[in-house]
Structure formats: C-alpha cells, structure tokens
Design a protein around this ligand. Structure first.
Ligand SMILES: [Zn+2]
Length: 217
C-alpha cells in the first residue's frame, strides 16, 4: 500500500540521554521538595527543531520516560500528549536566547519565599556571597545579582508578555521569579541549568535567613 502523504510523520524517538537527564533532574528536584504535587516543568532542545518537554499532569519527582514528550521549537505537540501548561514560557526563552538548550521551572520554597519576602521594586538582589560565582559571568563575591520578579497570572499570554518585558530590562539575568509561584532558570546544558537552580535555591535560603537574623534597618 502507498503511504498516505497527508498523514503526519511520526516523530523520531527522543535521544535516551535527554530523556534520562530530564527524569533524573525530576527525581532530584522531587527529593528536595522543589516540585510539589504536579508543579514544575522541564525541557531540553533536541537538534535544531524539537523540544523534549515534560507532559502536563505528572509528578515531576516521579517521572517515567513516557512522560517526556516532543514538541516543535514553537511548542506544538508532535505526539498525542498534552505539553506543560507553561510551554510558552519555555519557548520564549529558546527563541530569545539561541544558545539555551535547557530550561527548568520549579516551585522551590526558597524561590516562592524570596518573591514574598525579599522582592523590592519587582526584583530580588543578592550580593556579597561567594556562591554567586556559580552563576554565569560572575567571577567574584564582590558583586550583586538582580533577578526580575514578574506578577503571576493564569493567563499565559499576559505572563509571557510581562516576562518578555522583564527579559528586555534584565538581559543578563540567568533566571527570573514569578511572584508567589516559582523560578525559571536556563542554560547551555541541562547540567548548567540545574547548577544555576541549585545555587539560586541556596542563595535565596541564605538571604532569607540573613534578613531574619540581621534585619535591614
Ligand atoms: Zn509553575
């Protein structure tokens, strides 16, 4: 029988290391309480034109390989699963920064608390910590890092718009926060994105503790 030229071509299988990498990040995030319930979502760029993305509705700490799905770079599903509700925020980062190959979103407690307790003028600033050097383009503790905090919204178009404005204003930020919601980090590799997330989680915890012990007058 002749193949039907109108039927969609099945996607190539995702590379195993990409799938296993995302599952492993989920397990580590789950162990640390960064992705309670079914929150959070992760993605990696695959080749020039596909994303590997966590499908919607699964606990990210207990991901199975079949919970990682494929979309186009624009976030259109290439298989019969529902991509994450926040896919547009991943797509936005890949479109804005061509060097980015991985995006991680968590609901880490430290990040949520940072938006509630540390934010001033829609930003959170961290300064003077040796651990800042874990973040890109920082080589000394004697500096400060400002991260944008955008208001949360259930309207993805509105959220994407406010994030776009924040990224224009803070083009070098390696992450952004969503008020009362969580954290987005990204990197040239999945390992980079996870390391930035780990450093920021620790820095938020340090700053929250410091301000409790030594309130700013
Ligand atoms: Zn979220």
């Amino acid at each position: 029988m002749m193949p039907d030229a109108t039927s969609p071509r099945p996607p190539l299988p995702l590379p195993n290391p990409v799938v296993q990498g995302l599952v492993a990040v989920g397990q580590r995030f789950g162990q640390q309480g960064h992705v309670p319930a079914t929150s959070g979502n992760f993605s990696c760029k695959v080749g020039a034109d596909r994303l590997a993305l966590t499908a919607s509705g699964h606990h990210k700490g207990r991901l199975q390989p079949e919970h990682i799905m494929q979309t186009t770079l624009q976030g259109q599903p290439l298989e019969a699963q529902q991509p994450s509700a926040e896919t547009a925020l991943h797509v936005q980062l890949y479109e804005r920064y061509p060097w980015v190959n991985a995006v991680l979103h968590s609901h880490a407690r430290s990040a949520v608390l940072a938006t509630l307790c540390l934010a001033q003028h829609d930003t959170v600033t961290l300064q003077g910590y040796e651990l800042l050097k874990a973040l890109p383009n920082i080589t000394t503790h004697d500096t400060s890092l400002t991260l944008p905090v955008v208001p949360n919204s259930q309207c993805m178009a509105a959220l994407t718009d406010t994030v776009a404005q924040a990224l224009v204003r803070w083009p070098d930020a390696p992450a952004y926060l969503i008020h009362g919601h969580g954290l987005y980090t990204w990197g040239a590799t999945l390992a980079d994105a996870e390391r930035y997330h780990e450093a920021l989680d620790a820095l938020f915890q340090l700053e929250l503790a410091r301000q409790r012990l030594l309130p700013i007058p």
